[in-house]
Ligand binder design. Structure first.
Ligand code: GDP
Length: 199
């Protein structure tokens, strides 16, 4: 199949705290690869994979925040300040520009947390707020609790996550990029949902 052959092209963005596994979810889905190393080199900012959904070929262009986290005024150091006071002087123009470009044209977002680090789940609420400030209401959003293989050191219960997704009307899945659990399901679910919204 030529890479150009597809019926729909959907942009999907990955957001969430550093270290939750966004890059590995992407590499698992796009190339069936996993890395134990935390990323340190400059990598591609997005990867694509084409899948069949309802007899259509859907090309997913999945964006990872790697580039932003590495930037001088990246997402994370700025996050608590920026989200609370968007008009605040410490909200850098460059950050705003990067953020808007990142979200522009996206059809879905995966808001990722690490099931073993509760703070990453708490921050998911902030990521969601930022997302909703930059995107329109019919964006498909899935909350993803990654590193489900580390169940013995889990810090976020399923009940807690489910309460959040019900309140915010999100799709939800726990995944393991390491063990390849639910990664395919999460992306397929989201792409199917986008397809249903647009068709
Ligand atoms: P990012 O900063 O959100 O892109 O996170 P990375 O994809 O770079 O992953 C951060 C670290 O968590 C790396 O050491 C990965 O090997 C590890 N990691 C990612 N996904 C999983 C997973 O599903 N299970 C486990 N046990 N470790 C993971």
């Amino acid at each position: 199949m030529a890479d150009e052959d597809y019926d729909y092209l959907f942009k999907v963005v990955l957001i969430g705290d550093s270290g939750v596994g966004k890059t590995n979810l992407l590499s698992r889905f796009a190339r069936n690869e996993f890395s134990f190393e935390s990323k340190s080199t400059v990598g591609v900012e997005f990867a694509t994979r084409t899948i069949h959904v309802d007899n259509k070929l859907i090309k997913a262009q999945i964006w990872d925040t790697a580039g932003q986290e590495r930037s001088e005024q990246g997402h994370l150091p700025c996050l608590p300040v920026c989200l609370h006071w968007p008009g605040h002087s410490r909200y850098p123009a460059r950050y705003r520009a990067i953020t808007s470009a990142y979200y522009r044209g996206s059809a879905a977002a995966l808001v990722v947390y690490d099931v073993t680090r509760h703070v990453t789940f708490e921050n998911a609420e902030r990521w969601l707020r930022e997302l909703r400030n930059h995107t329109d209401a019919n964006l498909v959003v899935m909350l993803v609790g990654n590193k489900a293989d580390l169940g013995h050191i889990r810090a976020v219960s399923l009940e807690e996550a489910q309460a959040f997704v019900q309140r915010e009307r999100l799709f939800f899945m726990e995944t393991s990029a390491l063990e390849s659990t639910n990664v395919e399901n999460a992306f397929t679910r989201v792409l199917t949902q986008i397809h249903q919204v647009v068709s």
